[in-house]
Design a binder for this molecule. Structure first.
Ligand code: 3HC
Length: 311
């Protein structure tokens, strides 16, 4: 890639042009998009597992219907995102193999267990709330297919966040036991939700280039701050306490100062040593193996319909 080619590409990015699949693009741009979109898709699909665990245990039919709809939405988000990644020349099979053999990541947050019904509320409120903070700017990502996939995803995420917050509100205003269950879930999901935004900017190896290429519109710390500033008042509104003794409003910066994030926990979870990492990959491996016959049947059927000359 010549300097002139890279400069011409950057000029398109700076002019806020959308890059489309058949446009000439730097190999690094393509590669980081395959990495990020693929991992985003994996996160959606693996994210179905902790919530799926509570579909048969939902406390009412209304809660069960909302949870079923959310889990189904996440599967759809995964499919949009795999399809967006495929426009960059990578196959779903390749991406799945990379997930299963550990070469590709998925969001750390999905390696925590869902121990009580309040966890389903905390996931909708905090995890989807954090995902919205991260995904709204991605609607303006420079890569067309990714930006367009995000528009539909964000619409559905706001339903996810609202139904989660309503669960927490109901529990927080319920019996003492229900209130304690909601507070316990907030205590366990608060810090891992902050880690969803990635390492602090000084440790973020991809951010600089991703910001230049307008894949990222804000840095990890900027989005994390936005999430904290929006979510702390929501916790206070329903009488729950954010488990951070150092959390204080900083008038000068117009946002909350917060306590230190345990990056050693983040690194452990990324290394596969989180509470549920092995279960999640085992579940995805089983789904991939159990679905092999469907993929083979679909290929055989497609080949039958293919005119002999083209087969
Ligand atoms: N979990 C796992 N890996 C993470 C991570 C997390 N929470 N945060 C960062 N990482 C990884 C990065 O992938 C990168 O590793 P890699 O180079 O091997 O891919 C490394 O840690 C350093 O982080 P960087 O900040 O340099 O990496 P990025 O520039 O890619 O930023 C990101 C990380 C902000 C997660 C970015 O990839 C992103 O915005 N991804 C798209 C959004 C996404 O994936 N959200 C995850 C949740 S989806 C979801 O919640 C579904 C909802 O419906 C419930």
């Amino acid at each position: 890639e010549t300097d002139a080619f890279l400069a011409a590409f950057q000029a398109r990015i700076d002019a806020e042009e959308k890059i489309e699949p058949n446009d000439p693009m730097p190999e690094g741009y393509r590669r980081t998009l395959v990495r990020q979109i693929g991992q985003h898709a994996h996160s959606e699909i693996v994210g179905m597992l902790p919530e799926g665990n509570w579909v048969t245990r939902a406390p009412s039919l209304r809660r069960k219907v909302a949870l079923l709809a959310k889990v189904q939405d996440e599967g759809g988000h995964g499919l949009y995102l795999y399809a967006a990644a495929e426009t960059l020349g990578v196959s779903r099979e390749e991406m799945t193999e990379q997930l299963l053999d550990g070469r590709a990541k998925y969001s750390s947050i999905f390696n925590y267990p869902t121990q009580t019904w309040a966890d389903i509320g905390a996931i909708g409120w905090l995890v989807d709330g954090a995902a919205i903070m991260n995904q709204i700017p991605l609607c303006r990502c420079s890569y067309g297919p990714y930006a367009r996939a995000m528009i539909r995803v964000c619409k559905e995420e706001s339903f996810h966040q609202r139904q989660g917050y309503e669960i927490m509100m109901t529990l927080a205003q319920g019996t003492e036991d229900q209130r304690e269950m909601a507070q316990d879930a907030l205590n366990r999901w608060w810090w891992p939700s902050l880690m969803m935004f990635g390492p602090s900017d000084k440790d973020s190896v991809n951010s600089d280039q991703s910001m230049k290429w307008k894949i990222k519109r804000f840095t990890n710390d900027e989005l994390r701050q936005k999430f904290i500033d929006a979510t702390v008042p929501q916790a206070e509104k329903i009488g729950l306490t954010v488990p951070d003794p150092d959390l204080t409003w900083n008038e000068a910066k117009g946002g909350y100062d917060h306590g230190p994030i345990d990056w050693s926990e983040f690194k452990r979870v990324l290394k596969g040593e989180g509470p549920m990492n092995r279960d999640r990959i085992r579940a995805r491996q089983k789904a991939w193996d159990d679905g092999a016959w469907v993929r083979e049947a679909a290929r055989a059927h497609a080949a039958k319909r293919q005119p002999a000359a083209l087969a």
